[in-house]
Design a protein around this ligand. Structure first.
Ligand SMILES: [Zn+2]
Length: 434
């Protein structure tokens, strides 16, 4: 099946931190989709062919589907738990709520709402922490499959220092992990990620189980947390006296590499940055969460200088909610005020919310921009007619300005259509008057 979408198109064709002119823009653009794949992307006149049906979406903007590289499914209801630092927040908000995932009906209800929220905010691919319980994690995969999302997730593994009901044994984690991998990894748009919660909550025996799972199955992703909070870092150092630093714990168990994503990394040592780069391990930068939990300011320039790859994550529920434009805006704001912060351009922000995520997840062949051959994963943004966003777009006379307007103000109310593999997975008010 072939279809041509006509709208203003914005996407990044390369990493704008390294390449000039990485932002591609077509004011009157055409996106040609054939059998769920991008067949062509350019000015409408150059892409149009006689006989191909045109879907006229003028008045709105086509962007690649957003990619969220860090969030927690069980934490949907605790968004907004302000006023704490990480370890107290875990104790008072996150862990009690995560314990409720033992109830399968609760897990089902949250999984449905969570995956719907991802789609409703234009997120087409997400790397997600599941629950500490295998049945609840299976519900997440099932909900993602029925929502049509690309979801990479895994059961969260832990065997100490949380709450007894959240702890597994290494034996049960191995058994349940193996079962979930067999059931969901590589099924449709789903992939599995081995997910040790963080070094603090995992014994060496549990980290060995993580390593075994990674070794026994092809193409698994890895996700965990790294260097988020000074108290956490100190506690990890006490538990692993042999480790030269926090990242060394994961490295010893092979939990690093081009398919691994470590959330936060706000307080890295120079050696850690060098080894993250050398192992091609990615970082998920979650500025909203970092501000809300007072965790610190992401050393963005040091990551760039060291050559460490990073992309954005919302970190629901330590973060501020769903939606990559909002997260990109947070990244901009934090860097704006940080001593020696970077001035991030709209192209940087779009890249960090799309292509950079695909790079982190080993999905560059598949998604992240509108290069022909990739899947037609896209979000169509059109602001409500009388919104401030619609008004500011009237004045936006350059690609950067348009993008800046969208990043600043486009929430779920502007997300009109979301597609994965060309297939519509979410729609809102498409026929509303313009
Ligand atoms: Zn997290």
């Amino acid at each position: 099946m072939t279809e041509l979408l006509r709208a203003t198109i914005l996407h990044t064709t390369a990493n704008p931190f390294r390449t000039e002119g990485a932002l591609a823009f077509h004011a009157d653009g055409g996106l040609l989709i054939r059998d769920g794949r991008i067949a062509a992307c350019g000015d409408f006149g150059s892409v149009a062919e006689p006989g191909i049906p045109v879907t006229d979406l003028r008045g709105g903007y086509l962007l690649p589907g957003f990619i969220d590289t860090h969030l927690h499914f069980p934490q949907l209801r605790i968004i907004g738990g302000l006023g704490h630092q990480l370890l107290d927040w875990l104790e008072q908000h996150a862990l009690p709520e995560e314990s409720r995932m033992a109830d399968l009906q609760h897990a089902q209800r949250i999984a449905k709402a969570f995956t719907r929220q991802l789609a409703a905010h234009g997120t087409t691919t997400a790397l997600v922490f599941g629950a500490h319980f295998a049945p609840a994690t299976a519900e997440l995969f099932a909900a993602a499959a029925s929502a049509g999302l690309r979801l990479i997730g895994g059961m969260v593994m832990a065997d100490r220092l949380l709450r007894p009901e959240l702890h597994q044994t290494p034996e049960s984690a191995y058994r349940d992990g193996t079962q979930l991998i067999r059931q969901f990894h590589g099924q449709g748009r789903l992939l599995y990620a081995v997910t040790p919660r963080f070094a603090l909550a995992n014994s060496e025996a549990m980290l060995e189980v993580c390593q075994a799972l990674v070794g026994e199955h092809e193409g698994l992703r890895i996700q965990s947390h790294l260097n988020e909070n000074p108290r956490e870092i100190e506690a990890v150092a006490g538990l692993f006296p042999w480790a030269s630093d926090y990242f060394a714990v994961y490295e010893r168990y092979g939990l690093c590499g081009p398919l691994a994503v470590m959330a936060h990394n706000i307080h890295p040592g120079a050696g850690e940055l060098a080894r993250l780069a050398a192992t091609r391990t990615s970082v998920a930068h979650c500025p909203g969460s970092n501000s809300a939990l007072g965790s610190g300011i992401f050393p963005l320039r040091r990551h760039l200088d060291a050559g460490v790859h990073f992309a954005l994550g919302t970190d629901v529920g330590g973060g501020l909610g769903f939606g990559m434009p909002k997260e990109a805006l947070q990244a901009y704001l934090v860097q704006r005020l940080a001593p020696e912060g970077e001035l991030l351009s709209p192209a940087h922000l779009l890249y960090l919310a799309t292509l950079a995520g695909a790079e982190s997840l080993g999905l560059t062949e598949l998604t992240g921009n509108f290069v022909p051959g990739k899947a037609a994963d896209l979000v169509y943004l059109r602001p409500p007619a009388e919104s401030a966003l619609a008004a500011s777009l009237e004045l936006a006379d350059s690609p950067s300005r348009i993008l800046a307007c969208l990043i600043t103000q486009a929430g779920a109310e502007s997300v009109r259509q979301v597609r994965v593999d060309g297939q519509v997975i979410h729609e809102r008010g498409m026929n509303d008057s313009r």
